[in-house]
Design a protein around this ligand. Structure first.
Ligand code: 13P
Length: 248
């Protein structure tokens, strides 16, 4: 059995003071969590959130990373920096980074390999746009995005990463994939991984759903056999809502 993993993606929200308050509010609400819980916060919030989470078992994560170890890459952060700041996870290839910052599948793959080599667990985001779904490309696209992102990893390494299936049309829109749509597409991702990396990797790999997931729909989504967790945007910014999703 795969242990569920629920991650909050705070995106570009919360100053350090606000971040500390949110993390402190979450700690008591999550003390009986049955799932692995991760808070992926802005880099400037990491110190405050790390302090608030100390001793709780709730993990800290980042939202992006550069693939190089160091150098002249103004504004970027390396895997070593994230590890030293207390991160265990890093979101890579989020659709907002692909859409607004030109991240390609090849960039995502470089980042995934650098993260895994450094000992960070990547949360690799894949998903189709509305037009791609309407045109019938969803399965081909998510399989391609996933296998490209994982290129160069061993089957054992693949077993330890997290994939987040986030249909772009469901992010921040209030439109949520149906339980069946999400389950089916996550099944497609798992089959693609099975074909290339074998049963052990495919059966161990945790695949989240993301896109307007909230307290009202979390239970139904999490009942689906292929769905191993959630990557939560808007609903992760309110302590009560995020706790309800975690405690689905
Ligand atoms: P929302 O939950 O706000 O739709 O965002 C989902 C997401 O992009 C998480 O990474």
């Amino acid at each position: 059995m795969r242990k569920p993993i629920i991650a909050g993606n705070w995106k570009m929200n919360k100053t350090p003071a606000e971040a500390r308050a949110l993390a402190q509010a979450l700690v008591p609400l999550l003390k009986n969590a049955q799932a692995d819980v991760v808070l992926c916060v802005p880099a400037v919030d990491m110190a405050a959130v790390r302090e608030a989470l100390r001793g709780t078992g709730i993990a800290l994560g980042a939202q992006n990373m550069h693939w190089q170890a160091s150098g002249a890459y103004t504004g970027e952060l390396s895997a070593a920096m994230l590890l030293d700041a207390g991160c265990a996870y890093v979101i890579l290839g989020h659709s907002e980074r692909r859409q607004y910052f030109g991240e390609t599948d090849e960039f995502v793959n470089r980042k995934v390999r650098a993260a895994v080599a450094a000992g960070l667990i990547p949360i690799i985001c894949v998903g189709e746009t509305r037009v791609q779904r309407e045109e019938g490309y969803t399965d081909t696209l998510v399989a391609y995005q996933t296998l490209t992102a994982l290129t160069g990893l061993s089957a054992v390494q693949v077993a330890g990463v997290v994939v987040a299936y986030e249909p772009v049309w469901a992010i921040g829109t209030g439109l949520v994939a149906t339980d069946e749509q999400a389950n089916e597409t996550i099944g497609v991702i798992r089959q693609a991984v099975r074909g290339k990396y074998g049963d052990a990797a495919a059966d161990a790999l945790r695949i989240q759903y993301g896109g307007s997931m909230n307290p009202a729909n979390a239970h139904g989504l999490m009942q689906q056999p292929e769905i191993d967790g959630g990557l939560i945007g808007g609903a992760s910014l309110k302590a009560e809502d995020f706790a309800k999703v975690v405690n689905f």
